[in-house]
Design a protein around this ligand. Structure first.
Ligand SMILES: Cc1cc2nc3c(=O)[nH]c(=O)nc-3n(C[C@H](O)[C@H](O)[C@H](O)COP(=O)(O)O)c2cc1C
Length: 168
């Protein structure tokens, strides 16, 4: 598979999971990693305020927006209040994902993560991609290393989905 892995991570948790996904998939697939980075640094309070506005966006550094050359698009983000502005900006520009396999992983502190994940799944499917695997990793569980097993299962699901695209 030709894989695009695009993720945003502010305090490093989502990045840890992203790196494990790369370790898991890279022996068998070609992966391009795209780190979504805000153009400007912001303090926690500013991020918190922005994250309380649904669909708020902030400008990000150049990223891979054209997914047309990929078979699988994996997106990763932290669960931030109501929205994650750098991810919103990225998703608004992402093109060429129609009919592609997709997967989403979210890291979170401890609440409301499922609703956020579902919203992201809806958005990505609205763009025409088919979400075949999702992963929710709690910050505490990332610190303990428990996420590794889930990442392995997440990657296995994706590889199966690829083999079964007509059956699902
Ligand atoms: C602005 C902000 C808002 C957050 N809102 C939530 C939240 O609503 N629910 C939750 O479970 N965790 C929340 N968190 C915690 C993060 O989701 C969690 O620490 C995540 O793993 C951070 O990912 P990162 O280290 O990749 O940036 C929030 C963190 C920040 C900075």
């Amino acid at each position: 598979l030709n894989v695009l892995l695009a993720f945003f991570s502010w305090t490093g948790n989502t990045r840890i999971v992203a790196e494990e996904i790369v370790r898991c998939l890279s022996p068998h697939h070609k992966i391009d990693v795209c780190m979504i980075e805000p153009r400007r640094r912001r303090k926690h309070l500013e991020w918190l305020l922005l994250s309380l506005t649904p669909s708020s966006k902030v400008e990000i550094l150049p990223a891979i927006y054209d997914a047309s050359g990929y078979d699988l698009i994996i997106l990763g983000a932290p669960k931030w209040s109501l929205s994650c502005p750098p991810m919103n900006c990225y998703l608004s520009r992402l093109k060429g994902g129609g009919k592609k396999l997709a997967a989403i992983f979210i890291t979170y502190g401890g609440f409301d993560e499922k609703r956020y994940l579902n919203k992201l799944v809806e958005l990505v499917e609205f763009k025409g991609a088919r979400v075949k695997a999702t992963l929710l990793a709690r910050r505490k569980e990332i610190r303990r290393g428990e996420y590794r097993e889930w990442v392995r299962m997440f990657c296995e699901r994706l590889e199966c989905a690829n083999g079964n695209t007509t059956a699902v």
